[in-house]
Design a protein around this ligand. Structure first.
Ligand SMILES: O=C(O)CCC(=O)C(=O)O
Ligand SMILES: [Fe+2]
Length: 232
């Protein structure tokens, strides 16, 4: 369940530069897509992706997520968000082409992509780690940014350290190693005037995790039946 870039693969992909001082790997590739190509991708994804306004329950109350979202991937690569299973939409030709280029670069494979559309500076992503069990122990997460620049902040969980990374049009940020164990990240709101930004985070969902959960739920169900003596 561990998807880890070998150090040499990571060094190749970030030209030897790890932006995280310790406890994980963080690499930025500026203009992974050149501006003219990034412009075309941005325009295409903005109109063609099935953007959704999601709601989450905060202290039992439904609240709108402050950005639009979409989830694409292999049929079984569903993920849980706010207690709900989200079924991925099938890959589009453009998303498959982007995945191919990102996989080549990272030397890792991805079976799903979460897309976020930040409409302006008031749209944001709260502080979190991408540490869901179905992503494995040390996930490689490749994050492509298109559109307006936004600040990506990383906060160490136990030390008072914050890293600020400006993510621009066409940039690729790769998070790997133990980064999700030790750091949280966010895209805060800003008062600066901002136009739209699209972010794609490529992930690998380990299907074994879903099967195991399914199996364990069945076991619990049958144990409950036995305990209730329905079978005797
Ligand atoms: O928009 C970004 O750069 C961050 C996205 C992110 O952290 C996520 O989708 O988990
Ligand atoms: Fe994240």
């Amino acid at each position: 369940m561990t998807q880890q870039l070998s150090l040499s693969a990571f060094d190749d992909s970030c030209q030897g530069l790890n932006l995280a001082p310790y406890d994980g790997e963080l690499a930025l590739v500026s203009q992974f897509y050149e501006p003219h190509h990034a412009d075309a991708l941005f325009a295409q994804l903005k109109t063609e992706i099935a953007w959704q306004e999601e709601e989450v329950l905060i202290v039992g109350k439904p609240c709108k997520v402050p950005r639009l979202m979409a989830w694409y991937g292999d049929a079984l690569a569903y993920y849980q968000y706010s207690g709900v299973n989200h079924q991925p939409l099938p890959w589009t030709v453009e998303l498959l082409a982007i995945r191919e280029k990102v996989q080549q670069h990272c030397g890792a494979d991805f079976n799903s992509v979460l897309l976020n559309l930040y409409r302006d500076g008031q749209d944001s992503m709260g502080c979190h780690s991408d540490d869901e069990k179905e992503l494995g122990d040390n996930p490689v997460i490749a994050s492509l940014s298109l559109g307006d620049e936004r600040m990506f902040k990383l906060h160490h969980k136990t030390r008072k350290i914050t890293l600020n990374v400006v993510l621009g049009h066409g940039d690729l940020l790769v998070m790997a190693g133990t980064l999700q164990h030790h750091w949280r990240h966010s895209v805060p709101k800003t008062k600066q005037p901002k136009t739209a930004r699209i972010n794609l985070t490529f992930r690998k969902i380990y299907l074994e995790f879903h099967y195991r959960t399914l199996f364990e739920n069945h076991l619990i169900f049958f144990n409950n039946l036995i305990n209730l003596r329905i079978f005797v």
